[in-house]
Design a protein around this ligand. Sequence first.
Ligand SMILES: NC(=O)c1ccc[n+]([C@@H]2O[C@H](COP(=O)([O-])OP(=O)(O)OC[C@H]3O[C@@H](n4cnc5c(N)ncnc54)[C@H](OP(=O)(O)O)[C@@H]3O)[C@@H](O)[C@H]2O)c1
Length: 293
Amino acid sequence: MSNTNQGPVTVLGLGMMGAALASAFVKNGNPTTVWNRSAGKADALVEQGAVFAPDIKEAIAASPVVVVCVSTYEVLNELVAGAATELKGKVVVNLTSGTPDDARAFAAWAEQNGVRYLDGAIMAVPQMIGLPQALIFYAGSQELYGEHEELLKLLAGTNVYLGTDAGVPLVYDLGLLSLLWSSLAGYFHAVALVNSAGVSAEAFTPFALTWIEHVITPAIPPSAQEIDSSSFETEVSSLAVNKAAIEHLVATSKQLGINSDFSASIQALIERRVAQGHGTHSLASLVEAFKQG
Ligand SMILES: NC(=O)c1ccc[n+]([C@@H]2O[C@H](COP(=O)([O-])OP(=O)(O)OC[C@H]3O[C@@H](n4cnc5c(N)ncnc54)[C@H](OP(=O)(O)O)[C@@H]3O)[C@@H](O)[C@H]2O)c1
């Protein structure tokens, strides 16, 4: 069924995320068939109007579009290996997280088995599914994506098609997760430091937010320009200056008995770039240190 948001859908996997996806379809009035290894997780959805199929093959047969969201690609591969015949000719929208190569291998399997495949990476928590602020990256055949764009809009207000390479959504996913973990880890390290001086996290947080707003966020677009043009000369803050400052951070953390591994790994990257003769470059040139492995 082309470019409609009303058609029948099957959802395989009703964990926290899969249940939220299925619920978005049910709320829109799509005939929704659900399957999960532990049947009990379907109860709330069945009350809302979904149909539970106890057998995965029966669930797949019920709809032309099959949305899958299980814990890992290992699980996904195991499930589809037992249902290849039923999946032939179906559209599979896989929203399971993994590595880019997991997605590429699954795309190859889909092609070999006559399955029409879209890979997606969800940049949202289950509570955001269906809301404008939810973002999902997709890849696969552009024609297939176009055919199902309206249906996929039920899951997220922002959908971004990234081309035919099935691995690319997970590259974006991992990039954004790297940003999430490193920025939050920086905040947690900062709190451990200020706690050592008797300052609570809540007292410190307004300054952290101002710092993010006025120093960190504005530094990102110029960094992107510097990186894309490989032009790292700066009048703001050089690697040589940062090398001295991060020595204070690592030394103070150690002295206070606070774990300094996170800061020491950044320090090592800065030191390497300075040793390579790039002391006058901006922090953005650390991207080159990352690329050196
Ligand atoms: N939750 C989030 O905020 C979030 C955000 C973005 C992306 N994701 C991704 O979405 C996917 C699902 O996450 P989730 O939060 O829904 O996880 P979850 O609540 O732990 O659910 C995991 C799902 O996988 C199924 N499963 C696990 N092992 C299985 C097996 N051997 N055979 C059959 N089914 C199996 C579970 O079935 P049972 O119920 O029977 O155990 C359940 O349906 C993950 O790849 C996750 O990275 C999640």
